[in-house]
Design a protein around this ligand. Structure first.
Ligand code: ZN
Length: 307
């Protein structure tokens, strides 16, 4: 399973417009609320105690100690009959340090937290992060500039002036491993940590198919021409709202010409090198992304000969 996929929750979308039901679940002592402070999820336990860690799902009466009545609270779904919410904690100072949550746990960057908790809880973090982040950035109507109001338990915003409706956005990104015979293409973005190489990626543009985006990005970034493009898997990537669409692409040749505005470097690596890299072995100073990223799974699947 790829991290941020595989949520255990029933999204119960038919309940979102039932404000009475949502409110009763929000007050129900058996419900659970995930506080998010500065887009970081709450985790239970002691900081620096190491993984695995528990997600900080709290009873409503505890979570409400750190949020005012108007704080953004999104319904994430049902875990059997138990409702799960994400709550944006609107405080400037860390409430886990000296506030009502002190001693219960701590807030941690969503990407790091997701790699510490179970795969099911990572999916809940991903949904909570993407939803709360979207509300924070969409307080005003892009059509007329007036304030918008949250509706449908968090899945719609409505402009009070022009009545325009706005829905949580998902931005498709293609991420593709080009292969040619026994080699695959990896590249280094300019902001990557030293030695880090990954599959190439880019946003899908309006009017473009996934296959066309794969071909365009490989041509733009590395001048690599590809034939067949095949779908591998997708990964929700809540930084802030991407859907990573993993693909394999059969290259026609190994010629590379890197666009220096896009990449620091690109190179073909042999399958045996890719196998070592996915096991965490550095080869020629290179390393590949950890399992939280779909790039790791693309490289691993090809390296192990499954593609
Ligand atoms: Zn408007």
């Amino acid at each position: 399973m790829i991290p941020f996929a595989g949520s255990p929750l029933n999204r119960a979308s038919e309940k979102r417009t039932d404000a009475k039901w949502i409110e009763s679940k929000r007050r129900d002592p058996s419900s659970l609320v995930l506080p998010m402070w500065q887009l970081q999820p709450f985790l239970l336990g002691q900081e620096n105690s190491g993984p695995p860690l528990e997600l900080g799902l709290l009873p409503p009466e505890v979570a409400d100690l750190v949020a005012s009545d108007g704080a953004t609270c999104v319904f994430l779904g049902l875990d059997h009959d138990r409702a799960i919410f994400a709550l944006d904690v609107p405080l400037a100072d860390d409430p886990a340090k000296a506030g009502p949550l002190a001693g219960r746990g701590y807030f941690r960057d969503a990407r790091m937290a997701a790699s510490f908790v179970s795969i099911k809880h990572a999916a809940i973090i991903g949904q909570a992060k993407a939803m709360i982040d979207w509300h924070r950035r969409h307080g005003f109507c892009p059509a007329c500039g007036a304030p918008t109001q949250m509706m449908d338990a968090g899945y719609r915003r409505l402009c009070g002036k022009c009545n325009a409706e706005h829905f949580p956005r998902v931005d498709p990104v293609v991420i593709m491993l080009a292969t040619e015979g026994e080699a695959c293409l990896v590249g280094r973005g300019k902001q990557f940590p030293p030695g880090m190489f990954s599959a190439l990626a880019g946003f899908v543009e309006p009017g473009e198919t996934i296959e066309e985006a794969v071909r365009r990005e490989l041509m733009e970034e590395a001048s690599v021409k590809v034939g067949d493009v095949t779908y591998y898997a997708t990964q929700p990537w809540p930084f802030p709202s991407s859907l990573m669409i993993g693909c394999f692409a059969k290259a026609i040749s190994r010629d590379i010409k890197v666009d220096e505005n896009e990449l620091a470097e690109a190179r073909w690596i042999e399958r045996k090198v890719a196998r070592e890299l996915i096991q965490g072995v550095r080869v020629d100073g290179m390393l590949v992304p950890p399992p939280i990223a779909i790039a790791h799974h693309l490289i691993k699947t090809w390296a192990l000969g499954d593609k």
